[in-house]
Ligand binder design. Structure first.
Ligand code: AMP
Length: 114
């Protein structure tokens, strides 16, 4: 989508600190990190969020989680633990309407989240 900031990052049109890229998925550091490790994992394809529910997207959504988990290993936070978050809609505070998995780690995190 032409006015989507994450589509532009996926297309290389605006800079980001990329940690992973293949034909389907891109991962980069969050510009406003909420933890020592804060990475966003996105599909190259513009998918607005977990809605509308589409079983055909299950492999892609699974791949986002798999790439995030692999990055947690690479970044050295797998043993200490990490959180994977998808914010969907207003009550969750979704700000960018291109689905993304937040990979957060490197510090102790509160549960339940605020
Ligand atoms: P969410 O509230 O789940 O939609 O989170 C959007 C996230 O995108 C926030 O954590 C922002 O800091 C992050 N973000 C927004 N613009 C950029 C950007 N250009 N590069 C990296 N991260 C970004």
């Amino acid at each position: 989508m032409s006015d989507c900031i994450f589509c532009k990052i996926a297309a290389g049109e605006i800079p980001a600190e990329l940690l992973y890229r293949d034909e389907e998925v891109v991962a980069f550091r969050d510009v406003n990190p909420r933890a020592p490790v804060h990475v966003l994992v996105i599909p190259v394809e513009h998918v607005p969020g977990t809605r509308p529910v589409d079983p055909a997207r299950a492999p892609l959504l699974g791949k986002l989680l798999t790439v995030a988990a692999g990055l947690a290993e690479e970044l050295g936070i797998a043993e200490s633990g990490y959180r994977l978050v998808i914010n969907q809609g207003p009550d969750a505070g979704q700000a960018v309407f291109h689905i993304h998995v937040h990979l957060l780690g490197g510090r102790r995190m509160a549960w339940p989240p605020g």
